[in-house]
Ligand binder design. Sequence first.
Ligand code: ASP
Ligand code: MG
Length: 409
Amino acid sequence: MALIVKKFGGSSVATPEKIFNIVNRVLRDKQPDDRIVVVVSAMGDTTDDLVRLAKEVTSMPYGREMDRLLSTGEQVTIALMALAFQAKGHAAVSMTGEQAGIATSDTFGKARILDIEPKRVLDALEAGNIVVVAGFQGMTEAGDITTLGRGGSDTTAVALAGAMKADVCEIFTDVDGVYSTDPRVAPGAVKLKEITYGEMLEMARLGAGVMQPRAVEMGHRYGVPIHVRSTFSDEEGTIIREEYTMKANQYAITGVADDTNVAKVSLVGVENVPGVAHQVFQALANKSIDVDMIVQSIRTTDDKRTDIVFTITRDDVNLAKQVLEELGQSMSIEECVINENMAKVSIIGAGMLGQPGVAAKMFGILSDEGVNIEIISTSEISISCLIGEEHIKTAVRAIHDKLILDGRG
Ligand code: ASP
Ligand code: MG
C-alpha cells in the first residue's frame, strides 16, 4: 500500500481529453489499496490569460484581488477531474487549497505555506476517494485566498506529500525529466537520472523552468523523494533526492540554467554613507520584491557617491519603479535606470566545489562568443552571469556543450 501524490501541470490538463487521459492513467497504475492524491494546475494557459485580463483593467495587477482571480483557474480543473474520475466509476472529491488545509502567509502573489493540516484529505482517502486538490493556492489566517507564485502547484504537491508523509511525490510534466539544460535551446541536453535537492534548488532558482524552487525546498525539508516524469510516457524520469545513489551520476557540473525574467536596476550616484543600502533594500523588501544579484561599486576612492546595481524579476518592475520613486524623495539618487533586456546564464554543480578553474572556463566561453558580462555572482554550487538577453541562447548552448558535454567525454 502506498500513499502517492501526483501533480499534473497546465499543459497536461489543457483539454477535457487530456484530463480523461490522466484519469485513465491514474486508474490503470493504481494498486487496489494505494491512496492517491492528485494535485492540478489551471488548464493550459489559463493563468496567463487571467493575468492578461487583469492587465486590461489595471497597471498594478497585484494583491488580494489578483489572488482571488488567479486561484479560479485551478478550481475549474479540480472539479472537471473529480467529475471525470466519477464518470469512470471511481469515487473522487475535489478540494480547494483551503479545504486541503493549506495555511499561508498573506504575501499575496507569492504566499508561503506556513502549515498544512490535511485532515479532510486523509478522511476522504480513508473513505475510498481519489482526492483532487487545487494547486497554487492556500488561505491566510484571516480567510483570504492566496496564491503561491507562478508554478506554485509543484509546491502544493510536494508540501502536501510531506505533510501526509507520502511515499513519493510524482511531478508529471510535458518533459520527461530534468535535463542538463533546456533541450529546446541546446539539442545536446542530457536527461539526468538523479539530482540532489541542493542542485535542483539552484537550477530552479536560477531559471530552469522544470520546478518551482519552493517545491524543491519543501521536498528537502520533509525528505520526500520527488520524481519528475512525463505525462505522456511510462518511462522513468529524474529523481530528486538528498544524495546521489550512484557515483556515476555525479559530474562537476550538473546543469546550465537560463532566466530571461530579469531586469537590471541601476541606482546611479547614491550617497556613499552608512545606511543607504539598508534603506534601499528594506523599501523593496517591504513590498516583497525579490532582489537577486547585487553590486555596489567604488567609483574613485575619494568620490562621495557610489552606484548600486541589482536585478529583480520583470514582473516586479512597475512596483519597483514606484518604490524607488518614493525613495527618491527621502534620499538623493542622481539617476535610476531600469533595463529589462537582460538575462542570466548560470552553471550549477555540487561537484564544482573541489574543481578550481570552472569560473575561468565559463567566462572564457562567453568571451569566445563575444558576450559581455554585466554582473557575476556565485554561490557554493553555482556561478551566474548577467548578459544581454539577445545572447542568451548562444551562451547557454556554448556553455552547455563545452562544459557539460565535453566533461562527460
Ligand atoms: N497555474 C499556476 C501558474 O501557471 C500554477 C502552476 O501551474 O503551477 O503559475
Ligand atoms: Mg508549472
